[in-house]
Design a protein around this ligand. Structure first.
Ligand code: KG4
Ligand code: ZN
Length: 340
């Protein structure tokens, strides 16, 4: 099946053309980061307006790059949630309108479902597997038994990993979103230079907490103000990144041992982090587990990732009803309920 996929859940307007849920024919991502940077975070109202402005040109570009006419598209996969309601509605309304006009099916997909299946666009992963999804809004461990069959093993009880990166970067005076900047500076730093906490590491659960780490950063900077560029800033970035990676690796290992899973998928924007990629590589080889981390373009928000579950649902007759609404929150354990 040749699918058009549409993503507008946060601050990226994205569209892709994907064949059989595996082969990317085109993937266009228009980022609003520069627009939101001056406010230090995503402004929902501005995000919706930007999506409205960009959605048609982005879809047109995706079709052009794939070299196909709209008439060749056989179905549409779109993010239904979770995300910013106004932003989601733009993509969902366009998907519904195009599906109606062309008389083709569409399916509303969970954004995180897209992230954790993005690896399939590079190579197929055998089920079951453990998935660690680390993004701006999520830090979750899932046991994945098949497409649509996800069991949450653990989650953050406060900030997500990406949020921790971005907030700590802001505290240091780096521009939003600071995750990638911390990653770059950390490469030149000493990860043992500043002692920072590893919240909830030894509590026996598979949950995470990052707000204490942010507070520790605030206190440290209060006593030792940072300037850029400096070795001190690089060391602080490296120490912070090591603290986040330690916790993520420790909990992923505990979940692998608990479930006996032989495969680990790491996904979401924070999976672009070079320190985390290296740490997960070490963990997987030490435990003899197969590791899948998609390339950076498939870790961050994109539309192609939605076509993996989208193709599966449409091929299995699980199209969404035209009355389907966008949802700001949506439990992954109940992903099939009320929409198909
Ligand atoms: O998955 P994503 O693109 O959007 C959401 O669904 O949230 O994730 C965005 C998050 C941001 O917090 C961003 O700072 C973080 O991913 N991020 C990184 C890196 N690249 C992006 N965090 C750490 N290191 C990176 N290299
Ligand atoms: Zn995302």
């Amino acid at each position: 099946m040749l699918l058009l996929a549409i993503e507008t859940s946060c601050d990226e307007t994205a569209a892709a053309v994907v064949a059989d849920g595996r082969e990317i024919r085109s993937s266009v991502v228009s980022s609003q980061i520069a627009v939101h940077a001056e406010y230090g975070g995503v402004v929902p109202e501005i995000a919706s307006r930007k999506h409205l402005e960009m959605i048609s040109p982005v879809i047109a570009q995706a079709l052009k790059e794939a070299g196909v006419e709209l008439s060749a598209i056989q179905g549409i996969a779109v993010t239904r949630g979770p995300g910013l309601s106004g932003a989601l509605l733009v993509g969902l309304s366009v998907a519904k309108a195009m599906a109606s006009a062309r008389n083709i099916p569409f399916v509303g997909v969970h954004h995180i479902e897209g992230h954790l299946l993005a690896a399939f666009l590079e190579r197929a992963v055998e089920f079951p597997f453990l998935a660690l999804v680390v993004s701006g809004g999520h830090t979750h461990l899932y046991h994945v038994e098949g497409i649509g069959r996800y069991r949450t093993l653990g989650r953050t009880i406060d900030d997500a990993a990406g949020e921790a990166f971005d907030k700590s970067a802001k505290i240091m005076g780096l521009e939003y979103p600071g995750g990638a900047r911390i990653d770059a500076l950390a490469r030149e730093g000493d990860a043992t230079a500043v002692r920072l906490p590893r919240p909830m590491m030894n509590d026996g659960s598979l949950n995470f907490s990052f707000s204490g780490l942010k507070t520790a950063m605030l206190q440290h900077i209060g006593k030792h103000p940072v300037t850029f560029p400096s070795q001190q800033a690089n060391d602080l970035c490296a120490s912070f990144q090591a603290a986040v990676c330690d916790v993520l690796a420790f909990k992923a290992e505990a979940a692998l041992r608990q479930t006996g899973a032989q495969r680990l998928v790491v996904a979401g924007g924070v999976a672009c982090n070079s320190g985390l990629r290296a740490r997960m590589g070490e963990l997987a080889s030490r435990l003899g587990v197969e590791l899948h981390i998609p390339g950076p373009a498939l870790c961050g928000d994109n539309a192609a990732m939605l076509a993996v579950p989208g193709d599966f649902y449409l091929e299995n007759g699980m199209a969404s009803p035209r009355t389907m609404d966008a949802v700001a929150t949506w439990d992954m354990d109940r992903v099939g309920e009320g929409c198909r």
